[in-house]
Design a protein around this ligand. Sequence first.
Ligand code: SF4
Length: 408
Amino acid sequence: MKNRGTDYTRREFLATSTTGLVSVGLVSLSPRMAFGQDVKESAERPEAEIIYRQLGKTGLKLPIVSQGAGACNDAGVIQASYELGVRHFDTAANYQFGANEQLVGDVVRRMGVRNKVAIASKIYTPRQRRNLNEKQAKKKLATLLEGSLRRLRTDYVDILYIHDVSTTEIVNDPVITETMKHLKRQGKVRYIGFSTHANMTEVLNEVARTGAWDVVLTSINFTMADDTDLLKAIANAAKKGVGIIGMKVMAGGSRWPNPDSRREYSSSTIATASLKWVLRNENITTVIPGYNNHQHMKEDFSVAGNLEYTEEESNLLSDNSIKLGMGFCRQCRTCLASCPRDVDIPTLMRTHMYAAQYANFHLARATLDDIPRQNSLRTCSSCDICVAQCANTVDIRRRIEELKVMYA
Ligand code: SF4
């Protein structure tokens, strides 16, 4: 593949990673970049030293707070994040229908910092991998990656995830595994992994067992503190050298007008408490909170040098009404068996979270489109049988009705 001016650096980078630790962003920073017209506010670094952790056996060292750039449409926020100390940007081929990869790629290229940041992307969604034979699957994976590289304006991604995996069948699929390894050998991908929102425990345990994959991006937040199986699976995978990155770390609840959580606590406290809860687990290398403005960027990155709870944060985390008030759907699938029409309730709940809580309508649409027609919104008759099955007080009925208004 034609190199675009980073070949020497990349080879050097790759060579270093095979022999020892690679520190992303340990190179001293240049002063504020000259092309700062997109920077609307200056990005001040936190006073405390930024904490770095190693991403499993990859050897990559990352600051504990990264940017989930998926909903971001402001180049200035991405640039300011880099200036603040963020060194890992998470995107996906289908975020904003490809425009998000373009944005991340443009900023990184314009700043000339490709060799100082880790870019993670995701391809091969459930819909894209449906009903493919071996030849088609190989071709699809390769074609999707080429599209991502083109949009990201780079010749390699640091982490490439298979997008949205909830079965061990995918983890063990020989065609996917071999094709991803092949892309790695070609130097187009440095590390391979899965993103998982549902059945995370099984996916993590299987990845740990096989030893064939480098990274898992898993849903984890304080409302799941009682899920000891998941916490054990994270610990087990980390012990086996799998790099663990956390997503959904704020339970979708810090920055939406949820009166139950806002009554006693500011959105800033909810955000920092949520991030600290995840990051105090040292098996988790870094987290990817999604933000799209300078204020949220600063709030999120403020924990990168200090994981001590304030009194208010401790109070929030021990307040059970907050956990219940957030109504986070942990994608446990308990409700699925109760539905006489096979509606994919967990994925609909995730769609609702993206639309109503993240205000990320592109992602909501893409998630909805991943549900086979026969299991989606129109099939739901609003019989309410599922509601009683949910132990996590997810307001399934209201959320489905709202989705019907938006999308049916
Ligand atoms: S709605 Fe409730 S029961 Fe259904 S997947 Fe979500 S948390 Fe589990």
